[in-house]
Write a new protein. Structure first.
Length: 327
């Protein structure tokens, strides 16, 4: 019998067909084993030995061929997925990253309403990140669980709120600002990455000129701009730097507020935090006779909702095949 079919197989599928033809239940070799019983004792021994050797040989050749074909397949795959980054390509192959895209939309909205864009350092100190924001020494948000600390006591900012403090300390009111940027927390799961992005907003003017009503109007307008025809709900909450504080929900964009898995059957999705600036914050920056409102939101949360992303971690793996879906 001829085992050359094994050598000639061009693909893993072909190899499998050959294997079945030789060694499958009804295969040629198996058939020959069954015919042994028709032979004389002496011949049976001889033929059985030959058959066993043939079977061994066939198994060995198949394993060898399989390895060869698998290696070839892998090589072809690597070759076809190779990206030569030095090639000039007049048509860019990439896409705007969904987080960048969402950030741009948010920043665009507020700059059109005359908000200035302020930035601050990623490595912050305790004063700007916590103390001046009315987060006293014993506050649980300072927990090592959440904050990345350096040996000298400085830290990676846990929110973009310290930029409020920095801006107020270098400018006089009125202030109308947002601060977009990266923030850091010790968190890693389906919806959290240790680095993520926030946009903070702050409006400060003479006492009595800025109210919760202004805050409500601007955030409603903003959320309808971002999510389309949604209902907006303000829910009483607590933040150390605002009083009163609220969390803001939109009607679930997946079920139109009926209730589904994404909104935990509540019909609502929480999207940001806000409030009227706490007097202690103004005291910390030396402002007097002013009033203001502030808000803060997570860009990743917005991007996940807008793009139906369910594993945030995939956003930071840099896989071009994933990103191309967002073209
Ligand atoms: N800094 C808050 C956070 O990181 C977000 C926030 C909530 C900012 C309410 C605000 C605000 O300015 O008023 O979760």
């Amino acid at each position: 019998m001829d085992l050359s079919d094994i050598k000639n197989a061009l693909s893993l599928e072909e190899l499998e067909t050959v294997r079945v033809k030789l060694l499958g239940k009804k295969g040629i070799i198996s058939q020959k084993f069954k015919e042994l019983k028709n032979l004389s004792e002496e011949e049976r021994k001889k033929v059985a030995k030959e058959l066993n050797e043939l079977k061994e040989k066939a198994l060995e050749l198949i394993a060898q061929k399989r390895k060869e074909l698998e290696e070839k397949l892998l090589e072809e795959k690597l070759k076809s997925e190779r990206i030569d980054v030095t090639l000039f390509n007049p048509k860019p192959t990439g896409a705007i990253h969904p987080i960048t895209d969402t950030m741009n939309k948010i920043v665009d909205f507020f700059t059109k309403l005359n908000f200035s864009v302020e930035t601050g350092p990623l490595v912050e100190d305790d004063f700007h990140n916590f103390e001046a924001l009315n987060l006293p020494k014993y506050h649980p948000a300072r927990d090592m669980q959440d904050t990345f600390y350096f040996k000298d006591g400085s830290l990676l900012r846990t929110h973009t709120s310290p930029v409020q403090i920095r801006t107020m300390m270098k400018q006089k009111p009125p202030i109308r600002m947002i601060s977009p940027g990266a923030v850091f927390r010790r968190d890693y799961d389906l919806t959290h990455t240790p680095m993520f992005h926030q946009v903070e907003g702050l409006v400060v003017d003479e006492k009595g000129k800025v109210s919760f009503a202004n805050l409500k109007f601007i955030l409603e307008t903003f959320l309808i701009h971002m999510f389309g025809d949604v209902k907006v709900r303000f829910r009483p909450s607590f933040f150390p730097f605002t009083e009163p504080s609220a969390e803001v929900d939109i009607s679930c964009i997946f079920c139109n507020g009926v209730g589904c898995r994404v909104c935990s059957h509540t019909g609502w999705l929480e999207v940001l935090g806000c409030g009227v600036v706490d007097p202690n914050v103004f005291k910390a920056v030396g402002y007097e006779n002013v009033s203001g409102y502030a808000f803060g939101l997570g860009v990743e949360r917005f991007a996940m909702l807008l793009n139906k992303i369910n594993d945030l971690r995939s956003m930071y793996e840099g896989d071009i095949r994933l990103m191309e879906q967002f073209k």
